[in-house]
Write a protein that binds this ligand. Structure first.
Ligand code: FHN
Length: 421
């Protein structure tokens, strides 16, 4: 019963609509969860999960010195993975700002010996290396005393809660202003945490004011809000956490629908967002590539997470997977980048993607010798293996196209390329 007013009467500008299509074309992004919590190596929720007193937790800042952080390296690694955008936590639920904010001393420049604005360094590199930059921004704050007291998380007895909500809202507004005026062109602001107040009847996040300010400062900037609901007016994209659109395995609200806005699925490479030393449960290269392909077949992007170490490096296991995906994309990128979900709904065997007159049939799991595509009325010029361009036999019938895929190999993704008439 949270009140979530939309940015009423929002009409996206031409630049915004262009940015949305550009976002869709990029298909693959890297999500970065990095903050003070990384030092405790137990995930980004450690403060809440371990009931850590916020004043003690804040002292981590005095020891934060990621000596190996190199923005150029990060962006180069993200590029080598084949990703085309990056979304980084500007401030997570712990309330620590990873940028040079003037609105609170609790930030990476003023409170750590490192003293560098890593968001600025990253922004400069992203702009230089052609990677689109998105900022994650938490609505929840476990540090500030003016954060609304009645929330689901982050409470701990010693904390004085004043609930001076308007001051907190103004703080967010001011910080968003800083993020949209000091870091060049921002592809998207990615909100998180609406759920923290969902047991607080009548609570109003006043998102409409935040949205209006973002669109006023950078009309092209997309607003994505990980609220797990059907998008509200004022939003420019829809994200699905650990879920392909419509799959609804991760608590996506039953009443929500898939919108016509650009879609994105975010997922972790292991099981954690923030760095967790004990989490070695990394998905295989094949699983991750399959997830990327399935996202594309569902007309969505994949935002794949990495949790950098406290020293500022990406974990070696993540780097291995980055390189593997990058290598795969070097070969198969044409069937992913710039495509949209194809005309055949995702199936057990795989998905289809489409770009101009090309239809790519991604066989992720070969089932039969003949694969039937229910695309009535479609005629094709040719059917070829994407790799090697060998002719694939096919039969066109009124209800669709039957492909002879008896020669499909057990490649990670066996792609048949159809040239449409
Ligand atoms: O609570 C956060 C979590 O720490 C992480 O940031 C993920 C990323 O999608 N979102 C929240 C949970 O919905």
């Amino acid at each position: 019963s949270v009140v979530l007013p939309a940015q009423k009467g929002y009409v996206p500008t031409t630049e915004n609509l262009r940015n949305r299509e550009d976002f869709r074309d990029r298909k693959f992004g890297v999500f970065i969860h990095w903050g003070l919590y990384s030092m405790l190596a137990d995930g980004e929720w450690v403060m809440n999960n371990k009931n850590l007193p916020y004043r003690e937790y804040a002292k981590l800042a005095g020891g934060f010195y990621p000596s190996k952080f190199d923005a150029a390296r990060w962006v180069a690694d993200v590029k080598a993975a084949g990703a085309k955008y990056l979304c980084i936590t500007s401030r997570h639920h712990d309330g620590f700002s990873m940028f040079d904010t003037k609105k609170s001393p609790y930030n990476i420049v003023d409170a750590t010996p490192f003293g560098r604005d890593i968001l600025k360094e990253l922004a400069d590199e992203c702009h230089r290396q052609g990677i689109r930059l998105h900022f994650y921004y938490s609505l929840v704050d476990w540090y500030r005393t003016d954060y609304n007291p009645v929330g689901r998380t982050g409470r701990e007895a010693s904390r004085t809660l004043t609930g001076e909500w308007p001051a907190y809202h103004q703080f967010m507004l001011d910080q968003l202003t800083e993020l949209l005026t000091g870091y060049g062109e921002i592809g998207a602001i990615w909100f998180d945490g609406v759920w923290d107040q969902d047991q607080n009847p009548g609570f109003d996040w006043r998102l409409d004011e935040l949205y209006a300010q973002i669109h006023r400062l950078q009309p092209a900037c997309m607003i994505i809000n990980n609220h797990h609901l059907t998008p509200f007016e004022g939003e420019d994209g829809q994200t699905f956490e650990r879920d392909l659109p419509g799959q609804n395995t991760a608590g996506y609200s039953a009443s929500s629908t898939i919108s016509s806005l650009p879609l994105e699925t975010c997922e972790t490479m292991n099981k954690s967002w923030g760095y967790r030393m004990t989490d070695t449960a990394y998905k295989s290269e094949k699983e991750l590539i399959h997830y990327l392909v399935k996202a594309a077949g569902n007309n969505a992007n994949l935002l794949m997470n990495v949790g950098p170490q406290p020293d500022g490096e990406f974990p070696a296991a993540a780097m291995e997977r980055f390189r593997a995906i990058g290598k795969w994309l070097e070969q198969y990128g044409e069937t992913i980048y710039g495509t949209r979900g194809g005309p055949v709904a995702p199936r057990h065997w795989g998905v289809t993607t489409q770009k101009a007159d090309r239809l790519y049939v991604h066989i992720l799991q070969k089932e039969d010798e003949v694969l039937f595509l229910p695309v009535p009325g479609k005629t094709i010029r040719s059917a070829k293996t994407f790799i090697g361009k060998k002719n694939v036999e096919y039969t066109v019938v009124p209800s669709g196209i039957a492909l002879n895929v008896s020669e499909a190999t057990d490649a990670i993704d066996f792609v048949v390329e159809l040239e449409l008439q």
